[in-house]
Design a protein. Structure first.
Length: 449
């Protein structure tokens, strides 16, 4: 298997990564959440404040606050039912049921799992799994793991002044059963959506955080008791209630995953698997293996990049004010219309506000940027139709000037529809289609796979 070819097909010829005879066995689908057996459970507060201005809301780290934090990040928030005409007679209906969360997910399958290390006064210190199905914490390991986690991140001060850390993983089978190898692309997108949701919730709780994408995979999988043939750690986010996050050590502490694993015993856990026939996914395991770090000496930073936008027609957007924070309400109102989009004219100030708020959220502390304030590694492009004040067409958003740079003029809805691999969205009814654009080489030269 050539990993570069596989990744190219994932992005540009996705039909080549899925067998022609692939059929989804819905009757043998896995649960969209992990259910552990025989672990000590700690129920979380279910009286969730529906506004961050609610008098009952408190950002002080404790069991109640973490209950609210986890629900807004990854808790079950909606129960969805979709009626589809039966393929048998066309007159009866089949009902598809799904549980939804605030962060979007491909097919609402939620391949990610959320673990959290906590040092709170009203909970045993230790490592927990967030049991989404029951809104509770399940204790995996009891004890203090500051040094272990810091070593896995290559930074002795990573957990300084922190009350905990979120560890985000991916369970491969949870969406492979539907999307086959294309699930690998969706797993990364889903993880990014959860991280983005966490960072936005973080701001409302006034926590400080730092996202780590580089860590010793084997050591953290060992800490969580994971089988890396079915689940792997994707990100680590230490949490602090200090206003500023501890600075990263200039020199990375050199340590190997193999040596670090020897410092704590192996734990054996049991979880329920609903699927009777779990298929193999060797290509995904191969790419995942190539993406692992087995030593902290492999960690690297990315240099700041330069943006050049010359010779493109410019449409300056109206200035927008920071309105009252309705984040909690916006979370509850978010849903996926699919075929239910209805075309209507969009005011330019709405587009301007949406773009500015999106780019403002790009700034977050992470272990990839060499210095703070570097340009984001992704840009926002969009295809717009029937937006007040600008011609229909494709644009790039320039955050520095708060303007749109025109790439191509015209009604591009048919072109967009032709690029869809599934006909589950009628793009002729969609006034704004956004495209998140990153480096085509995936920074492979600097970061590897």
């Amino acid at each position: 298997m050539d990993i570069d070819v596989f990744l190219h097909h994932l992005h540009f010829q996705s039909e080549l990564v899925t067998p022609d005879n692939w059929e989804v066995d819905w009757d043998d689908a896995p649960l969209p959440y992990k259910v552990y057996r025989n672990l000590p459970g700690f129920p979380l507060d279910a009286d969730i404040p529906l506004s961050f201005q609610d008098p009952s809301f408190s950002p002080e780290p404790n069991r109640k606050t973490i209950s609210h934090f986890l629900w807004y990040v990854f808790g079950l928030s909606q129960f969805s039912q979709t009626a589809l005409p039966s393929p048998m007679d066309g007159e009866s209906f089949e009902i598809i049921q799904s549980f939804r969360r605030f962060s979007p997910s491909g097919g609402a399958l939620y391949p990610n799992e959320l673990y959290i290390y906590l040092k709170l006064g009203d909970l045993p210190h230790g490592l927990y799994h967030y049991d989404v199905a029951h809104h509770r914490l399940l204790l995996l390991r009891e004890g203090d793991f500051d040094i272990y986690i810091s070593d896995a991140l290559g930074n002795p001060s990573a957990m300084s002044d922190c009350f905990g850390a979120v560890l985000l993983t991916t369970m491969f089978w949870k969406n492979f059963f539907k999307y086959n190898n294309f699930s690998y692309r969706l797993q990364g997108l889903d993880a990014g959506a959860v991280i983005g949701q966490l960072l936005e919730v973080n701001r409302r709780f006034r926590f400080s955080s730092k996202v780590h994408f580089q860590f010793l995979d084997q050591a953290l999988n060992h800490l969580l008791g994971l089988d890396d043939q079915e689940e792997n750690t994707y990100a680590v986010i230490p949490l602090s209630d200090c206003k500023t996050f501890p600075a990263h050590e200039a020199k990375v502490k050199e340590i190997s995953a193999l040596e670090l694993c020897k410092e704590i015993p192996y734990i054996k856990t049991v979880h329920y698997q609903r699927s009777k026939n779990v298929l193999s996914f060797p290509e995904i395991l191969r790419v995942n293996q190539a993406a692992k770090f087995d030593s902290t000496v492999l960690f690297h930073h990315l240099e700041d990049r330069k943006e050049e936008n010359v010779g493109k027609p410019v449409y300056v957007l109206p200035e927008v004010k920071n309105e009252n924070d309705n984040f909690a309400l916006n979370c509850r109102n978010r849903y996926s219309p699919e075929m239910d989009f209805i075309s209507k004219r969009v005011e330019l100030v709405q587009l301007a506000s949406l773009l500015k708020q999106a780019v403002d959220s790009f700034s977050f502390d992470n272990d990839l940027d060499k210095t703070k304030g570097q340009l984001p590694r992704v840009s926002i492009y969009g295809c717009f139709y029937n937006v007040e004040g600008i011609p229909n067409g494709a644009y790039q958003y320039d955050a520095s000037s708060h303007s749109l740079l025109q790439i191509k003029e015209g009604d591009l809805r048919l072109t967009l529809q032709g690029g869809m691999t599934l006909d589950n969205v009628n793009l002729h009814q969609v006034p704004m289609s956004f495209h998140i654009v990153g480096d085509r080489t995936h920074f492979k030269a600097e970061l590897g796979y």
